[in-house]
Design a protein around this ligand. Structure first.
Ligand code: HXC
Length: 257
């Protein structure tokens, strides 16, 4: 794994920490590092949920413009798969994920946040897809995930103008889920996903997959995805534990392992 991206694990929660001051600009090394960190978080049994965090000052100000400036069309044909890989790795992570957004989340940085299940933002956070101002468009899923999250009209407003939104507006349009004082972003993000530690991990995984895969297909195909995942859970210990706990009138939450 790259030094620019670390996976730090504590109390069942993995923190994918971006660490490339001053702005966490996402160069190729950090993009590869994100893919590796997501793979490790997916595989480790001591990680039930993931927080993506860029530190106290900034989430990420986008792809590294200085690295991209000299790239040709053919360079980008080779590289653009990686751009989508690092956000896909995050979006496909079979565990709940939350972006803890401090400061700027711009361009590829906003796209990293969009690939998470939820976003907690600092009161002074600024989000946006300013690629248009560089003569390009979002390339790490922004045109697709932003439109699915906030609707096509709002996505076009942000992507075609490149304007930034503050945390209050981001909350109002559903781009972020919670706004908290800057000093509390990381803790609030951990709290949001801590409920999944020690829970029915296969059902959580199946629920996330059914919703995400279902959004990519027509209703009938989505219902079929749900049906198969639902039936599959009857092969898990979690299902047996959860139902037995109810039938035997157990107290509190079921003792999932
Ligand atoms: C490379 C960057 C950078 C970036 C900031 N820096 N963003 N370097 N790539 N994306 C560098 C600056 O050049 C500067 O380096 C240092 O970080 C501090 O930035 P300043 O601009 O001096 O800070 P400030 O005035 O506070 O402005 C902060 C900012 C601004 C609003 C975030 O830096 C900015 O607009 N950055 C670009 C944002 C952007 O366009 N992102 C989209 C990128 S394209 P020096 O060496 O001068 O100190 C993209 C494509 C996605 O993401 C495709 C798929 C991934």
């Amino acid at each position: 794994m790259s030094d620019l991206v670390r996976l730090e694990v504590e109390d069942g929660i993995g923190t994918v920490r971006l660490d490339r001051p001053p702005m966490n600009a996402l160069n190729a090394e950090i993009q590869h590092g994100l893919v590796a960190a997501c793979r490790e978080a997916a595989e480790r049994s001591d990680v039930a949920a993931v927080v993506v965090y860029g530190g106290e000052k900034v989430f990420a100000a986008g792809a590294d413009i200085k690295e991209m400036e000299t790239m040709s069309y053919t360079d980008m044909v080779d590289h653009s798969g990686l751009l989508q890989d690092f956000t896909r790795a995050l979006a496909r992570l079979p565990k709940p994920t939350v972006a803890a957004v401090t400061g700027y989340a711009l361009g590829g940085g906003c796209e990293v946040a969009l690939a998470c299940d939820w976003r907690v933002a600092a009161e002074d956070a600024r989000l946006g897809q300013p690629e248009i101002l560089l003569g390009i468009i979002p390339g790490a899923g922004g045109t697709q995930r932003l439109a699915r999250l906030v609707g096509p009209a709002r996505a076009k407003d942000l992507v075609l103008s490149g304007r930034f939104v503050d945390a209050r507006e981001a909350l109002a349009i559903g781009l972020v889920d919670r706004v908290v004082p800057a000093a509390e972003v990381y803790t609030a993000s951990r709290e949001l996903v801590s409920r999944y530690v020690g829970g029915p991990s296969y059902a959580v995984r199946a629920a996330k997959e059914a919703i995400d895969r279902g959004l990519e297909v027509d209703l009938e195909t989505g219902l079929e995805i749900e049906r198969q995942l639902f039936a599959g859970l009857f092969a898990t210990r979690d299902r047996a534990t959860g139902m037995r706990h109810f039938v035997e009138k157990g107290k509190g939450p079921a003792p999932f392992e």
